[in-house]
Design a binder for this molecule. Structure first.
Ligand code: ZN
Length: 76
C-alpha cells in the first residue's frame, strides 16, 4: 500500500505531532522520501511548527510584525 500526495498531505500534521500509528508513520516517511513535492511541503510545515513552538521564548520577531500587532491592538 502506498499513499498518494493528497493522502500524505492529510496525514502531515499528525505525522509532525507523532499522532499516527507506526504503520502510517512509515507510509508517510516512504512517500516523503520518494516525492520531492511532499518533501518540500513537509520541510515547510516542520519549519512553521518549529517557529510557532519558539514564538513565546524567541524575542527575534520581525520588527514590522511587532508593529503590525501593536497597531492592530491599539486600533481595537
Ligand atoms: Zn507526494
Amino acid at each position: 500500500m502506498n499513499l498518494n500526495c493528497e493522502e500524505t498531505y492529510q496525514r502531515m500534521q499528525d505525522y509532525l505531532d507523532r499522532e499516527l500509528s507506526a504503520i502510517e508513520m512509515a507510509l508517510v516517511t516512504e512517500h516523503l522520501i520518494g516525492c520531492g513535492i511532499c518533501a518540500e511541503e513537509f520541510e515547510f510545515e516542520a519549519l512553521v511548527l518549529r517557529k510557532l513552538g519558539r514564538t513565546l521564548l524567541d524575542t527575534d520577531i520581525p520588527k514590522d510584525l511587532e508593529e503590525r500587532v501593536l497597531t492592530a491592538i491599539s486600533n481595537a
